[in-house]
Design a binder for this molecule. Structure first.
Ligand code: HEM
Length: 396
């Protein structure tokens, strides 16, 4: 039976909601399986089972008209790996699939562990650090810029540019307009990467140019594809690590449990992703009228599919607002699901395990050294600053 359309005036892009979205998500889940958000002329799907079903049905919930919320910004994204449907999407994704396959990732593991260990040795020696800017933000930027094969010089534009590009999935407002210089600086840096001489041999960037030479990729798609992987890999991973460091600093029982059993780092990272998902949600456009558990969304509607709300759904996870190191939520949706499911999730896990594994060896404890501050971005959730004290391990 078709239910009346639930309508909500919650603005998921207001500062209050971005600061703490979880009460709003609960209200949306309670309002119905699909809810019309009157303030944004947007639908939202917020319950776990409906989010997963929508992500699994890319033919109905299309990414081809962009996955953000503003028409202007969506128009600029179309045709990228994130904002396309199969078969175009599959062709774009195939270009780097070998580079991210399990065998390729295994080969990267020890180099990333070394990179993480050098970084951790440095911050532990300093003692007082900002867990975001000195630690969480550094590893993902270095790792992916190296993998894409980018020159070292000029990399400082990458992280602010990627964060601003993430912001462009939200409304086209004053805050986003103010960030355009960062996007421009980023695009200027990246536009030079069609020159093979700038890219490291054997890198992801070189593989993308190979695909152009072999006719598997249109020349105009080379830089957007590098950008898609670069942008997708930075803030998301940075925030997952920042959130994880905060949990470890504020929860000594957890820190001690991981020290006693480093095998728990993996499950703890997954639970951290479930509890505070860096990618909060992306949109889709319906290609037909669709019945979401009794609520009918018309054809051509833009729909916010909320990974972060799904991961807190009490219908799926008992006591969902509690961090439980033993929950091991292998079915969380923080990396999305279906054909657009995160291409870099294996890499993100390697980075997290390397960084936290090294911290557990080199630090006796990590402690909060002040109030963390939140970085407001409409598409990714994380901290701006995280003051920490690192107490060196006796044997390190
Ligand atoms: C903790 C870190 C990460 C999180 C939480 C995350 C989250 C996500 C999510 C939710 C999606 C799905 C988007 C959608 O359905 O529209 C996605 C897609 C994607 N991610 Fe990640 N990601 C992370 C790290 C990475 C890394 C390290 C890379 C690159 C090496 C990466 C590359 C991509 C790409 C290329 C896509 C687009 C896939 C497609 O559209 O087929 N991500 N990611």
């Amino acid at each position: 039976m078709t239910a009346a359309v639930p309508v909500s005036d919650i603005d998921v892009y207001s500062d209050d909601v971005l600061d703490d979205p979880y009460p709003a998500y609960r209200a949306l889940r309670d309002a119905g399986p699909a809810v019309y958000l009157s303030s944004r002329s947007l639908w939202a799907i917020a319950r776990y089972s409906d989010v997963r079903k929508a992500l699994a049905d890319a033919a109905t919930f299309s990414s081809a008209a962009g996955v953000g919320v503003s028409d202007e910004m969506n128009a600029m994204q179309t045709g990228t790996v994130l904002a396309s449907d199969d078969p175009q999407h599959a062709e774009l994704r195939a270009v780097l699939s070998e580079k991210l396959a399990p065998r390729a990732l295994t080969a990267l593991r020890s180099a990333i562990a070394e990179q993480a260990d050098a970084l951790v040795a440095d911050v532990v020696a300093r003692g007082s650090i900002d867990g975001v800017t000195d630690l969480a933000a550094r590893l993902p930027t270095d790792v992916v810029a190296d993998l894409i094969g980018l020159p070292r010089e000029g990399r400082e534009v990458l992280l602010p540019g990627a964060d601003a590009m993430f912001a462009s999935f939200g409304p086209l407002d004053e805050r986003l307009r103010n960030r355009m210089p960062e996007v421009t600086a980023y695009l200027e840096f990246m536009s030079a990467m069609t020159d093979r001489a700038k890219l490291a041999p054997g890198s992801w960037g070189a593989a993308i140019l190979d695909a152009v030479d072999e006719g598997r990729l249109a020349p105009g798609s080379a830089v957007p594809l590098m950008t898609a992987y670069l942008v997708a890999s930075m803030d998301t991973t940075v925030h997952s690590l920042g959130n994880f460091l905060r949990l470890l600093a504020e929860n000594q029982d957890l820190w001690q449990a991981l020290k006693a059993d480093p095998g728990l780092v993996g499950p703890a990272f997954e639970e951290n992703l479930r509890l505070d998902s860096p990618a909060q949600g992306f949109t889709r456009v319906t290609t037909r009228e669709v019945d979401v558990d009794g609520v009918v969304i018309p054809e051509g509607s833009r729909v916010l599919v909320s990974f972060a709300s799904a991961n807190r759904d009490e219908r799926h996870y008992p006591d969902p607002d509690r961090f439980d190191v033993h929950r091991n939520p292998v079915d969380h949706l923080a990396f999305g699901y279906g054909v657009h499911g995160c291409a870099g999730q294996g890499l993100a896990r390697i980075e997290a395990r390397a960084l936290v594994g090294s911290l557990l060896r080199r630090a006796e404890r990590i402690e909060p050294a002040g109030e963390p501050t939140r970085h407001l971005n409409p598409a990714v959730r994380g901290l701006g600053h995280l003051p920490l004290t690192l107490v060196p391990a006796k044997e390190a």
